[in-house]
Design a protein. Structure first.
Length: 66
């Protein structure tokens, strides 16, 4: 992928997280959410996959805090 496309994908992912009031770290964005944004071109599928990933992140945090 070219640099411009990579920046656009990263910006979309960060904007999505902000718009959906998602509390994720930069590492979680890069390692878990960014690959999903790259993988899905269908907007609805991408949104669903991102939401599922955020749920997994939140569950992992809860389990780690127990």
């Amino acid at each position: 992928m070219n640099d411009t496309l990579d920046r656009d994908i990263l910006q979309f992912t960060l904007d999505w997280a902000t718009a959906n009031d998602v509390s994720v770290t930069g590492t979680e964005v890069v390692t878990q959410l960014l690959p999903i944004t790259r993988r899905y071109s269908d907007i609805a599928e991408r949104d669903q996959a991102l939401r599922e990933a955020v749920r997994r992140i939140e569950i992992a945090r809860l389990e780690a805090s127990l």
